[in-house]
Design a protein around this ligand. Structure first.
Ligand SMILES: O=C[C@H](O)[C@H](O)COP(=O)(O)O
Ligand SMILES: C=C(OP(=O)(O)O)C(=O)O
Ligand SMILES: [Mn+2]
Length: 469
């Protein structure tokens, strides 16, 4: 079905876009550099650097996402809150790719539909912050803004914005991308899917839920054993990051094979909750690139504002171009989401709805550590499914902060992480991530919602109608 173009306001139609037109607008959350000559030198070097992705890969991802927007398939978008240069480590990367693949397999098993996997990886180095300054041990310091800007160490020198980090971020992204590409097309099984990798050995006294998780893993293991190598579990991972540091993004924007502008440092970019001002520099940059994009939507977003954002970011109403990533918090989703769904339905906008159950559920432990409760995260995802179902809409994606190793950053889950043990292996430099077992558990615990949705009647696969269930 061809989507109806959305009416662009005159205000917008008149404006010419270029890779640098964002510079005429107010840009939130940008670092301040004290040496602009150094900065310009680094940006010039970045402009000469090879692309990290091909525009044709972005087009393929857009096509796969178009299927999801049309009701066929599911998007899993997940990874670190902030990648760190020092965490870029061969085995750690393999664990992250494996965890993504395992979540993908569980979703595919529940829905019997394709899963599109996009990692927050190979460039997720820039962080927007609530405050510009913080006090550590009585000393006022600029906040950490991600490894692309400064260092997390609580010292004035470390917190200075250093332009050389832009080049390092590019080079580390290239190194990560190289490993992602090396694993692409491999079978996930070849990365090792032992009982340990499914975190089965953790389960002690088996509850009903744990028994059925074990059963699903056994089924998957049988399917994987009988399928030809890679037929069911081939790794096909796209990469993404928040398009925050606009000078960096501009330097890595080039012309694609189809002669349109693309950000060639990543397949997919998203616009953050703190930088999606309608008249701001980030929206200006995003509207011109042809990559598939996402935009975070928090409780402050009004229906008319969402409609204006959609109009600016996807004026031709192309399915696969735009994902709305909602992040309200478990207690606010019921109040915020229905009116926004109504706004999207009113304009017949072809978007993917994705749920980020992380960023509205942050809490601080009694020892002052940033954390999130597994139960709150699960509750927001379940509510998102229910609210979309009730409104005749469809939840097409899940957006998580998680990692492939055994960190202790979020509370609860079957690993039962408590406040007292949070500091045992808390390595995130920004927000708390689900560890590998909590991630698999979360995805498993929404299998019923995924299944119900997949069986819920008619859906549209590009060009044809099919009935299931
Ligand atoms: O990842 C998201 C934001 O950068 C993060 O939640 C901001 O954290 P802050 O409120 O500690 O600045
Ligand atoms: C900054 C982030 O989220 P949000 O913009 O939703 O706060 C993030 O995804 O890490
Ligand atoms: Mn985050």
């Amino acid at each position: 079905m061809n989507a109806r173009p959305i009416q662009l306001s005159e205000h917008f139609r008149d404006k010419r876009w270029s890779t640098s037109s964002w510079r005429t607008k107010a840009a939130a959350q940008q670092p301040v550099y004290d040496n602009l000559v150094d900065l310009e030198g680094v940006l010039e070097r970045l402009r000469q650097m090879p692309a990290l992705v091909r525009s044709t890969e972005c087009v393929t991802l857009r096509q796969q996402l178009a299927e999801v927007a049309n009701g066929w398939g599911f998007l899993i978008h997940a990874g670190d809150c902030a990648e760190r240069f020092t965490d870029i480590h061969r085995q750690e990367l393999t664990r992250k790719v494996r965890a993504m693949g395992q979540m993908g397999l569980l979703i595919q098993h529940a829905t019997q539909q394709p899963v599109v996997q996009v990692a927050r990886m190979a460039g997720q180095f820039a962080k927007p912050r609530s405050q510009g300054m913080e006090t550590v041990n009585g000393v006022q310091l600029p906040v950490y803004r991600g490894d692309i800007v400064n260092d997390v160490t609580a010292h004035a020198d470390a917190r200075r914005s250093d332009p050389q980090r832009l080049l390092q971020a590019y080079l580390y992204s290239a190194a990560v991308m190289n490993q992602v590409r090396a694993l692409s097309g491999e079978s996930l099984t070849s990365l090792g899917l032992s009982e340990d990798a499914w975190h089965l050995s953790r389960l002690g006294e088996l509850t009903q839920e744990e028994r059925s998780y074990r059963h699903v893993v056994q089924q998957l293991t049988t399917i994987l054993k009988s399928a030809p190598d890679g037929a069911y579990d081939a790794i096909n991972l796209y990469v993404s990051h928040e398009g925050l540091h606009l000078a960096y993004e501009e330097a890595l924007t080039g012309t694609g094979d189809d002669h349109h502008p693309y950000n060639l440092s990543t397949h997919y970019l998203w616009l953050g909750e703190r930088t999606r001002q309608l008249d701001g520099a980030h929206v200006e940059y995003f509207r011109g690139i042809h990559n598939p994009i996402g935009v975070k939507i928090g409780p402050s977003c009004k229906p008319e504002e969402l409609q204006a954002l959609i109009t600016q970011l996807n004026p031709n109403n192309e399915p696969g171009r735009l994902t709305l990533i909602t992040r309200f918090g478990k207690d606010r989703i019921a109040q915020s989401l229905p009116a926004l769904i109504g706004a999207v339905q009113e304009m017949d906008a072809r978007v993917i709805w994705s749920c980020d159950p992380m960023h509205g559920n942050g809490i601080v432990s009694s020892q002052g550590i940033k954390t999130r409760r597994f139960q709150d995260i699960l509750s927001e995802v379940r509510s998102a499914f229910d609210i979309h179902d009730a409104a005749g809409s469809r939840l097409g994606g899940l957006h998580l902060e998680c990692t492939g190793s055994d960190v202790t950053e979020c509370l609860g889950g079957s690993a039962d992480i408590q406040e007292a043990t949070l500091s045992e292996n808390y390595t995130s430099a920004c927000d708390p991530r689900l560890n590998a077992s909590q991630s698999l558990e979360l995805v498993f615990m929404i299998s019923d919602c995924l299944q119900r949705q997949a069986l819920r009647g008619a859906y549209q696969k590009t060009g044809e109608m099919r009935e299931i269930g």
